[in-house]
Write a protein that binds this ligand. Structure first.
Ligand code: PBG
Length: 324
C-alpha cells in the first residue's frame, strides 16, 4: 500500500494555500444593503424579527447612509413605510411620500459613492397590502397595476433613483416601466427586474419591517416554489422586455434557479438574501446553535458561487467590513 496517488488535500493544507486557490471571492462592491425608512418617526424603530435592523427615521437614515458609503458596499435598496396607506398606494407616487423623500436625500448625500436603488412595488403603500391595485372583485388587477407602476417609476426617477427594483411580479411590468421612463426622458434610469420572485415563507419578517397589512397571500403573482422551468421563463421575459439586471429571490432555497438563470443570462444576475434568511441565522446564533460570522459569510459565498454577481443582504455592511 503506497497510499492514494491523488491527494486533493494538498491544496487545503494551509490558510495561505486555501486563500490562493479560492474559486469564489466576495467583494464589498457586490453587496447591497436594503434599508427601511418610516414616515413620521423621530427615533429609529427596531424590527423585532430582524435583530439589528431598524425602520429608520430620516435622521437615523442619513447617518446610516454615511456608514453604508464608508463601508465600500455597492449600493442601497430603499423601502418606504408610509404613515397612511390607501387602496391605490397614493404615497408611492406622491413626491413628498416617504420613499421619494428618502430617495432624494440618498441621491444627494451618497449618490456618487453608492448606487441608490428603490423598491418599485405597491405593497408598502396599500391598505390591503397587495403589490398591485384590486379590481371590483378584490383580485389583483394586472394592467391597472402597471399604470400605477409607471407613475411610481416616474416619481422615483425624478427623486434620483438610479435603479428601479421592480418587485411586484405583474406581467409586463418591465416593458411598461421602460416605456414610461423613456417617454419622460429618463432613458438613463436602469431597471432591476425581479424576474424569479417566489411566493416564499421567508419574507415573513419583512412584513413586520414594512408594517404590512396583507391578508391572504401573493400566490397569484409570485412564482410557485415547486417550479424551476418557470424561473427561467420569467427571466427570459424580463430580459426581452428590457431589464438591465435580473434578480432571483429568495436566495438560499433557490440556488438551483440562480444557477440556471446565471448560466444563460446575457445581463447581470443578482440574488436577494431575504428577511427570513437573515432571521434564521440570527435566531440560531442568539441561541448559541451556530457560529454567526461563519454562517453569514458561508451563506453569502454560496449565493455568489451559485451565480449571483451581487447580493442584497441585511448583513451588507458587516460583511463588507469582514471582507476588508
Ligand atoms: C415587495 C417586496 C417584498 C420583499 C421585497 N420586496 C415582500 C413580499 O413580496 O412579500 C421581501 C424582502 C425580504 O423578505 O427581505 N415589495
Amino acid at each position: 500500500m503506497t497510499g492514494p496517488d491523488r491527494r486533493p488535500r494538498r491544496l487545503r493544507a494551509t490558510p495561505a494555500m486555501r486563500r490562493l486557490v479560492a474559486e469564489t471571492r466576495l467583494h464589498r462592491a457586490e453587496l447591497i444593503l436594503p434599508m427601511f425608512v418610516r414616515e413620521g418617526i423621530s427615533q429609529p424603530v427596531p424590527i423585532r424579527s430582524m435583530p439589528g435592523v431598524v425602520q429608520h427615521s430620516l435622521d437615523s437614515f442619513r447617518a446610516a447612509l454615511g456608514e453604508a458609503a464608508a463601508s465600500g458596499i455597492g449600493g442601497v435598496m430603499l423601502f418606504g413605510v408610509p404613515e397612511h396607506k390607501d387602496a391605490i398606494g397614493s404615497g408611492a407616487t406622491d413626491e413628498n411620500g416617504i420613499l421619494n423623500v428618502a430617495t432624494r436625500i440618498a441621491a444627494a448625500e451618497v449618490g456618487s459613492a453608492l448606487v441608490v436603488q428603490t423598491d418599485l412595488c405597491l405593497d408598502e403603500f396599500t391598505d390591503h397590502g397587495h403589490c398591485g391595485v384590486l379590481d371590483a372583485d378584490g383580485r389583483v388587477d394586472n394592467d391597472a397595476s402597471l399604470e400605477r407602476y409607471q407613475e411610481m417609476a416616474l416619481a422615483q426617477a425624478a427623486a434620483g433613483s438610479a435603479l428601479l427594483g421592480l418587485s411586484g411580479m405583474m406581467d409586463g411590468q418591465v416593458a411598461a416601466v421602460r416605456e414610461a421612463l423613456d417617454s419622460a426622458a429618463y432613458s438613463q434610469t436602469a431597471i432591476l427586474g425581479y424576474a424569479a420572485k417566489y411566493a416564499s415563507a421567508f419574507y415573513g419578517p419583512f412584513r413586520e419591517a414594512v408594517d404590512s397589512s396583507l391578508v391572504g397571500d401573493r400566490r397569484t403573482y409570485q412564482l410557485d416554489p415547486t417550479n424551476r422551468r418557470e424561473g427561467l421563463h420569467e427571466a427570459r421575459l424580463d430580459i426581452d422586455e428590457g431589464a438591465d439586471i435580473i434578480m432571483v429571490k429568495p436566495a438560499m432555497s433557490y440556488l438551483d434557479i440562480l444557477a440556471d438563470v446565471a448560466a444563460e443570462s446575457p445581463i447581470p444576475v443578482w440574488a436577494y438574501q431575504v428577511s427570513g434568511e437573515y432571521a434564521m441565522v440570527e435566531a440560531a446564533a442568539a441561541n448559541g446553535w451556530i457560529d454567526r460570522e461563519r454562517a453569514i459569510m458561508e451563506s453569502l459565498v454560496g449565493i455568489r458561487r451559485a451565480g449571483a454577481e451581487a447580493v442584497l443582504t441585511y448583513w451588507a455592511i458587516e460583511a463588507a467590513e469582514a471582507i476588508a
